[in-house]
Ligand binder design. Structure first.
Ligand SMILES: [Zn+2]
Length: 115
């Protein structure tokens, strides 16, 4: 896991490769977990969560100002990590369990496979 870094354009450009992985948005000195997301383009995904570009009003309400991330070898490994962070951090803006598009891949912690 890399970070936490302050959530700004320069930190994203310097520290984050545009690769597959998982990001965690955090708020404040207490590191309140706000949102976990997996992406095949970590850098692009983080740029969408900059305060000036954030589309989710729910995430905006929790005003994330830091982030952490970890790269993964492929989307399935990223899903595995996304599930772990979802259960470990219980981010306030993740209302649903992470989903994986391929049948037969389930959450390593609770076995969730989607609908
Ligand atoms: Zn699970």
């Amino acid at each position: 896991m890399r970070g936490p870094y302050s959530l700004n354009r320069a930190n994203i450009a310097i520290n984050v490769p545009d690769r597959t992985g998982v990001l965690l948005l955090i708020h404040g000195d207490s590191y309140e977990p706000v949102y976990v997301e997996r992406s095949e383009h970590l850098r692009k995904a983080l740029i969408r969560h900059l305060p000036e570009s954030e589309k989710s009003t729910k995430i905006k309400e929790h005003s994330p100002d830091r982030f952490m991330f970890q790269t993964a070898k492929d989307d399935q490994k990223a899903f595995d990590l996304e599930c772990r962070w979802y259960h470990l951090f219980k981010p306030k803006c993740n209302f649903d369990h992470p989903l994986y598009s391929t049948a037969g891949v389930s959450c390593p912690l609770c076995g969730f496979e989607g609908e």
